[in-house]
Ligand binder design. Structure first.
Ligand code: 13P
Length: 236
């Protein structure tokens, strides 16, 4: 399974260091074999540790250049970073990234061999129009994306579930992930208001290969408890 924490614009460099040390120690002591990823803010990027891969929340699709405010490949390489989130709902809906730009970033980081966590998810008005509309919306988010890329991870994060405390029903998650599974062999994560006490419910579902957690993972103890639950579910 894959347990991923997206810090968004939270935590400092010092707090991120502390966080990763704590999670690393927990994974070592509990012989964790699941994949654990952390996406800190750009100012806190650092090298991965043995158990904790550090990924970028965003980067522009160039090696370097005149792109004020953006990181590029050169800055990621400085920390040996080879994991990136692409298509996150906040990049799409708050920062206005188009599917075209997202597909360009995907193609660029695929070319670099990055592990790409590609995020998809529908807004509430689409959800309210039923399952067909929802699945068509997700299909449109595949435009320009190579779903057979070997180093791909899909994260299904309904926009209306992010940071709201709302989640789809477990039946809905199973249905939607089952449908995504028909399009790709990549691991599929669920994200959107996952908390320490609910992660195991999602992790236990068919076609849920992990979780991508925002606010519920800002405390390292909560994140470690999700990692422990994933291990328990495997019966280890
Ligand atoms: P929350 O867990 O805070 O709802 O955020 C989910 C998310 O966007 C992770 O990428």
């Amino acid at each position: 399974m894959i347990l991923a924490a997206n810090f968004k614009s939270n935590l400092t460099r010092a707090k991120t260091e502390e966080y990763i040390k704590k999670v690393q120690k927990f994974c070592e002591e509990n012989t964790i074999s699941d994949e654990v990823m952390v996406f800190p803010p750009a100012s806190a990027l650092r090298q991965s540790s043995l158990h904790v891969s550090v990924g970028a929340q965003n980067a522009f699709c160039v090696e370097n250049g005149a792109y004020t405010g953006e990181l590029a490949l050169e800055q990621l390489k400085e920390f040996d970073i080879n994991t990136i989130l692409i298509g996150h709902s906040e990049r799409r809906h708050v920062l206005g990234e188009s599917q075209e730009l997202i597909a360009e970033k995907f193609a660029y980081y695929k070319e670099q061999g990055f592990r790409i966590v590609y995020c998809i998810g529908e807004p509430l008005e689409v959800r309210e129009n039923g399952n067909r509309a929802l699945l068509d919306y997700l299909d449109a988010q595949y435009k320009g994306i190579d779903l057979s890329y070997a180093n791909l991870v899909i994260a299904y994060e309904p926009v209306w579930a992010i940071g709201t405390g709302l989640t789809p029903t477990l039946d809905d998650v199973e249905l939607i992930h089952g449908s995504i599974r028909e399009d790709t062999k990549a691991p599929i994560l669920y994200g959107g208001s996952v908390k320490a006490d609910s992660a195991r419910l999602f992790l236990a579902l068919d076609n849920v290969d992990g979780v991508l957690v925002g606010s519920g993972a800002l405390n390292p103890d909560d994140f470690c408890s999700m990692i422990a639950d994933a291990k328990k579910l495997k019966g280890e």
